[in-house]
Design a protein around this ligand. Sequence first.
Ligand code: FES
Length: 102
Amino acid sequence: MPEFLKLAAQSELPAENEAKEFTVGDKVVCVANVNGTINAIDNVCLHRGGPLGQGMIEGGKVVCPWHGWMWDPETGEASHNPAAKVRVYPLKVESGDVLIEL
Ligand code: FES
């Protein structure tokens, strides 16, 4: 049975075409809103560990604020190299709360 934990209230989610960091337990995740579609990925960029949730969204991708690597929040793949992948976490919304499966 997968365990879903509370990530945030739905009202705290990032605005359209923005990303935001959230802490769940001892983990930090990056939540991206691409044209209203919400996805959660690991916050740690595989290049040098940049905080993806502090990046911007460009062309539907999360842009790492440190050196600009771009990540697809739906698949977790890096744009320049699909073999580089950050984890994507399942989300669901229940009575105004956003839940995440870590
Ligand atoms: S740490 Fe993310 S692009 Fe360098």
